[in-house]
Design a protein around this ligand. Structure first.
Ligand code: 13P
Length: 356
């Protein structure tokens, strides 16, 4: 099969994923990263506990009202729930489309600046993607990371990461998976929001240039950027500024053929992530030229309170907490979020040099 064969389906899946009022739940933490989250709530990082946690998430009643897709780690795609039904079937019952993280992690980029990386996993990718499709996955994720420093990101890091994203996107489209294209700009640093905007524009422009060269079918993709914020060590901007800077930056470089933009939360608190998304809708309503649906694909900002409420034992409390953040972010994606709702966490979820 080829991209031509899957074209109609790719467009339909991308549109379903970016359905109005819905967003994506990112639960594709590697075994090491989920281990850190479980450690924080005194739960051991065993396959059984990972199954219990993710099974709890997917059986949250009514989750499908707010969530269109869930990004899984490979283990989960092939895993059964404790009751014997597959995780994929649990999601299907809620009308949630399963996706899969297909990159194999960040590696040092020789010749670039210290700390700069490229994202690995291109070898044999179309064959792997075909296996994931067989297993029920219909979309994929690949996270490339760039960091703002005194001299960075370097042209080499931008070029290499943009190229990797485009190669990945084309490779998984050949197997029927909608690629989520994720060029994350880390929050680490004391740079201004204007600097973030300039860097993001450079990076995303390069990403779409590479997509054109690789023949990526843009209607069958989604973009997952970070929000345009100043560095974690710089003073915080107000939500209106973040919203305006983010939408204006994206308008300069994201083609109108892309159906949806789903933001990552990147270390923002639950409340910041929802508030900024909400403000973006307000700002977008004042512009006549925003062509894409704007929504969320949060990991930390959807799971933080839920993990604590669950604590390894209390499934009901976990369901309530997850549904609450899913509903709040659905409201934010329509500009209807009541800022700083009671009980919402303001705790920063920022981790320096974050690994997913
Ligand atoms: P965060 O929302 O925690 O940044 O995670 C989203 C994600 O999928 C990162 O790759």
């Amino acid at each position: 099969m080829t991209l031509d064969y899957y074209k109609v389906q790719l467009k339909k899946t991308a549109e379903q994923l970016s359905e109005f009022k819905k967003g994506i739940l990112a639960v594709d933490e590697s075994t090491k990263t989920i281990g850190k989250r479980l450690f924080d709530i005194n739960v051991e990082n065993t396959e059984e506990n990972r199954q219990a946690y993710r099974g709890m998430l997917f059986t949250t009643p009514d989750l499908g009202k707010y969530i269109s897709g869930a990004i899984l780690y490979e283990e989960t795609l092939y895993q059964k729930h404790a009751d014997g039904e597959s995780m994929v079937d649990k999601l299907a019952k809620q009308g949630i489309i399963p996706g899969i993280k297909v990159d194999t992690g960040l590696k040092p980029l020789v010749g670039a600046l210290e700390h700069e990386t490229y994202c690995s996993g291109l070898d044999g990718l179309t064959a792997r993607a075909s296996d994931y499709y067989e297993q029920g996955a219909r979309f994929a994720k690949w996270r490339a990371v760039l960091q703002i420093t005194e001299n960075g990101p370097s042209d080499l890091a931008i070029q290499e990461n943009a190229w990797g994203l485009a190669r990945y996107a084309r490779a998984v489209q050949e197997a029927g998976l909608v690629p989520i294209i994720e060029p994350e700009i880390l929050m680490d640093g004391n740079h201004s929001i204007e600097t973030t905007s300039k860097v993001q524009q450079r990076v995303i422009t390069e990403v779409y240039k590479a997509c054109h060269l690789n023949g990526v079918y843009l209607e069958g993709t989604l973009l997952k950027p970070s929000m345009t914020v100043s560095g974690s060590d710089a003073p915080e901007d107000d939500a209106e500024t973040v919203a305006k800077m983010t939408v204006e930056t994206l308008l300069r470089c994201v083609p109108a053929a892309v159906p949806g933009i789903v933001f990552l939360s990147g270390g923002l608190s639950e409340d910041q992530a929802s508030t900024y998304l909400n403000e973006m809708q307000h700002f977008a309503m004042t512009c006549s030229n925003v062509p894409w649906n704007l929504s969320f694909s949060f990991g930390r900002a959807l799971q933080h309170s839920c993990l604590r409420a669950w604590g390894g034992v209390d499934g009901k409390a976990g369901h309530v907490a997850l549904l609450e953040r899913a509903r709040a972010n659905s409201e934010a994606s329509c500009g209807l979020y009541a800022n700083s709702e009671e009980g919402v966490s303001n705790e920063s979820l920022f981790v320096s040099d974050y690994k997913y």
